[in-house]
Every structure is written in structure tokens, then in C-alpha cells.
Design a protein around this ligand. Structure first.
Ligand SMILES: [Zn+2]
Length: 319
């Protein structure tokens, strides 16, 4: 099966039930309710979200004929996927893999407040992405890596609390804002990461405020309600700490963020140096390169694996 790395990784994680469905979050005691955020009466297992949910069926109903005819109702995603493998040809499996990835992205977008995409647009994007991918395979890309290590020590949150580091990256030439967030527990374990991209023109202050808002909604949705917020924008941190009237876009976003934070059990915010916020920064930069929003649970994205390892090492030996 020839699919983009992101889609392959996604399927791998889906087959090992490593995605943050409400059912999985419930099992990990991060959330209390496991119902599908879209159709409600059903439990949101992965097989439900990617196959049997009514809104997923609408998309599958427009896929290739062989895929449409596949009937399976197994609650385990792995079984659903294996059954498809047995019945479908390679191009159909590639199509199915791509659709599943887009269904998950659409579900996440919906959960995070974006408009719900029409089934047609998913099918069109599947076809377009597969075409682009096949074309791109003939080209070679050169990746640029910059050697960087976090100098300042990252500190663990206290017992029972979680730490959210967030950051924004701006691509001025394309009017894009990249959003990065990472949530870690009191043992320093990575619980979740977020990479999202929005087409908007914002000042650095407003972009930082917006990134915090998205990261905080992500945390709220994951049921993580005891949060220590850490960011490298002094302006955002100070405005969040102390109510000051500010009618700029950034100021208004901070105001909205403060309102949402009221629904948290506890929260605090403090400023951190850029060096200690490198992982969130890297996630924000990486978000600019992706076509999709990426929400990872207990899975460390490749772009930060090295930084996380270095930071764990530094934290361990500089206590
Ligand atoms: Zn559903």
C-alpha cells in the first residue's frame, strides 16, 4: 500500500487504538463521557468514528463501489481494517486509508469548533491528495534540520496537575498561523500534542493569544482541567494574569480565553523563556507544513522526539 507517511502512521496508531476517541479517553480516565460527539447516542469507539457513525457512512457511500459493498460491524477497528484488507484491492485500500484519515481530521475539526465538512469534499480531497502524493513520489525533498537543544530546564507540574506549553509560528508570506501545544503530566510524560494551522493575518501577540485559545480548548476537550499554562509571550501571560482593558484582537482573544478558563478546575499561567518552550515552538513550526490539524495522544510526533528525549535527560540530571 502506497500512502503518505502521515496516513500510514495514522493507520498504525488507529490499529493499536492509540487515538483519542472519547471511548479511549474514558478508558484512560481523562474523560467521563464516551458518546460520539457527532451522533451522540452511540459510544465513540474508533470503529464507530471511522466506519459505522452515520456521518462516516455518508462518506463511505460515495467511495469506490467495492468499498461501499464492504459490510462489517465489528466494534474493534483492527478487525474492520483487516476485513477490508482481505476484500479490497490495493488502490481501494489506499483510498480507504486516506478517507479514514480525513474522517478523523474532520471529527477533530468538528470537536474543536470548525465547520463540519461535506462528504463530497472528503471524497474530492481523497482523490486530490492521492494524485498529489503519487506525483510527489517522483520528486525528492531535502529536509533541513537545525541542531538545537533546550537550555533552560523544563520543570514538572505538581502531582495531579498538567502542564501545557503552547506557541505560535507565523508564515507571513502565506498568511498562516501555526499552533503548537504539548501537555505533560507530573512525571513529565507526554500526554497529548497539538499541531494546527489557520489561514489568518495576526500580529505576533494576537497569534500567541489565538494559539493559547486553541491549545486550551484542546485540553478542555480532552478533559484535562487542572492546567498550568506556559508560554513565551510575556504580553499574553501578563494580560491573562491581570485583567487590563485591551480592545486589540489579541486582547479580546485573551479575554475570551480567560472566560473559557473559568470552566477549568484550576489553572495558572506563567512566562517561560523561549529556550524552555522549544518543543511547543517546534510543533507550531511543524503545523505550518501539514495539511491537517494533528492531535496526538500519548504518541510523540517525530518532529519533537529528539527534543523530548533531550529535555527528559536534562530534567533527570539537573534536579
Ligand atoms: Zn457517531
Amino acid at each position: 500500500m502506497k500512502l503518505p507517511n502521515g496516513v500510514r502512521m495514522f493507520l498504525l496508531r488507529a490499529c493499536s487504538e492509540a487515538l483519542a476517541t472519547f471511548s479511549n479517553l474514558c478508558r484512560r480516565k481523562i474523560r467521563e463521557e464516551n458518546l460520539c460527539p457527532i451522533c451522540h447516542p452511540q459510544e465513540e469507539t474508533l470503529s464507530h468514528a471511522l466506519w459505522s457513525c452515520g456521518v462516516a457512512r455518508d462518506v463511505w457511500g460515495q467511495a469506490s463501489r467495492h468499498i461501499q459493498k464492504t459490510t462489517t460491524n465489528d466494534p474493534c477497528f483492527n478487525v474492520v481494517w483487516s476485513q477490508m484488507r482481505e476484500r479490497l484491492f490495493q488502490p481501494e485500500m489506499e483510498e480507504a486509508g486516506m478517507i479514514k484519515r480525513l474522517l478523523w481530521t474532520r471529527r477533530n475539526d468538528f470537536v474543536h469548533g470548525k465547520a463540519f465538512r461535506h462528504p463530497n469534499s472528503i471524497i474530492q480531497k481523497t482523490e486530490g491528495d492521492l494524485r498529489c502524493f503519487k506525483k510527489a513520489q517522483t520528486k525528492t525533498y531535502v529536509g533541513i534540520t537545525r541542531g538545537s537543544t533546550p537550555c533552560e530546564k523544563w520543570k514538572k507540574p505538581s502531582e495531579g496537575k498538567y502542564k501545557l506549553n503552547w506557541d505560535a509560528a507565523i508564515d507571513v508570506s502565506r498568511d498562516l498561523v501555526g499552533i503548537g501545544g504539548i501537555i505533560r503530566d507530573c512525571n513529565g510524560e507526554v500526554l497529548a500534542t497539538l499541531r494546527a494551522k489557520r489561514k489568518m493575518i495576526l500580529s505576533p501577540f494576537a497569534a500567541e493569544a489565538y494559539a493559547l485559545m486553541v491549545a486550551m480548548l484542546f485540553s478542555n476537550e480532552a478533559g484535562i482541567l487542572k492546567l498550568m499554562l506556559k508560554g513565551d509571550s510575556l504580553q499574553v501571560v501578563q494580560k491573562l494574569q491581570k485583567l487590563v482593558e485591551d480592545w486589540s484582537i489579541g486582547g479580546l482573544i485573551v479575554e475570551d480565553t480567560r472566560k473559557v478558563l473559568k470552566s477549568f478546575i484550576s489553572w495558572s499561567v506563567c512566562h517561560t523563556k523561549r529556550d524552555a518552550n522549544m518543543i511547543a515552538h517546534k510543533l507550531a513550526k511543524d503545523a505550518l507544513l501539514s495539511d491537517y490539524d494533528l492531535y496526538d495522544l500519548e504518541e510523540i510526533p517525530n518532529c519533537i522526539k529528539q527534543l523530548v528525549a533531550v529535555e527528559a535527560f536534562v530534567t533527570l540530571f539537573k534536579q
